[in-house]
Design a binder for this molecule. Structure first.
Ligand code: FMN
Length: 255
């Protein structure tokens, strides 16, 4: 199978990049094809701006979704963006590797998503009507592909537990684009010594061995009847009204 790893860390000796390398080497050992996009190494342009839409007439107001859709449908996206989209279409699985910075991803990676997941490619796809609300949340162009996060976090595992002060890690990393696999999170990452690096890498190698067999997180599909359209709220039949939060968007385990 083919795996794209996108990493966002400025230091090759970081825990994040060590885990990325361990993932890549294990996947290659298992005879998967791997491409790595190191966003710092390629000097990824992070911010969306007018330069992303070279065919937008001078003086016309920049409406980003519309300009993005126009550029995508006419093949006039900038080369850096279109080659990343080609890599996403090439890959059977996408892995994003990053340190948690302010409860989220580093800006360079957010900027990769902002620019690469363009209108017509990752959103604004499919029929919008009273029975469907486009193709997203597991449907659409990337349907059937797997995605996984490798995250290092300075905080403790308990800080990110169900009652932890930072909020549950699964809510922070909520990402329902692909068939989403459980993330690999290494906690207390600033205190990891050489043995800890090796242990984290070993854990990751085991995870990689099941990349294409592990069961994805069972997110509900938006067009399969669990949501009202167009409000896109869970129906009371799917989930009792008093149940809220990200966890409600997962199907209950089968009995
Ligand atoms: C700007 C910045 C913001 C950070 N924010 C968080 C955070 O929100 N939660 C957390 O657990 N750790 C946070 N940390 C700690 C990083 O997650 C930690 O330094 C990193 O995972 C260490 O791994 P590395 O060797 O790959 O950099 C932050 C660090 C920096 C530099």
């Amino acid at each position: 199978m083919k795996v794209l790893i996108v990493s966002a860390h400025p230091e090759q000796a970081s825990l994040t990049n060590s885990l990325r390398n361990a993932a890549a080497s294990q996947l290659q050992a298992d005879e998967h094809e791997v491409r790595i996009t190191d966003l710092y190494e390629i000097g990824w342009k992070c911010a969306v701006d007018r330069a992303d839409f070279p065919t937008l007439p001078h003086g016309e107001r920049l409406r980003v979704p519309a300009a993005s859709g126009e550029a995508f449908s006419t093949g006039s996206l900038t080369e850096d963006v279109s080659s990343q989209q080609a890599d996403l279409l090439w890959a059977d699985a996408l892995i994003l590797a990053f340190p948690m910075w302010w409860f989220s991803m580093p800006a360079i990676l957010k900027g990769w998503i902002d620019r690469v997941y363009s209108y017509g490619f990752a959103y604004g796809v499919g029929e919008h009507s009273d029975v469907r609300w486009g193709d997203r949340y597991g449907e659409g162009r990337l349907e059937g592909k797997r995605a996984m996060l490798i995250v290092t976090a300075g905080g403790w595992e308990s800080h990110y537990g169900p009652r932890g002060i930072n909020g549950p890690i699964d809510d922070l990393l909520f990402d329902p684009g692909y068939q989403v696999l459980p993330p690999v999170v290494v906690y207390q990452s600033d205190r990891v010594d050489d043995d800890g690096f090796a242990a984290a890498e070993a854990r990751l190698r085991t995870t990689m061995a099941s990349l294409f067999s592990v069961t994805p997180i069972p997110f509900r599909r938006q067009n399969d009847g669990d949501y009202t359209i167009p409000a896109m709220e869970l129906t009371a039949e799917a989930v009792p009204p008093e149940v809220v939060g990200f966890g409600a968007h997962q199907s209950p385990p089968k009995q």
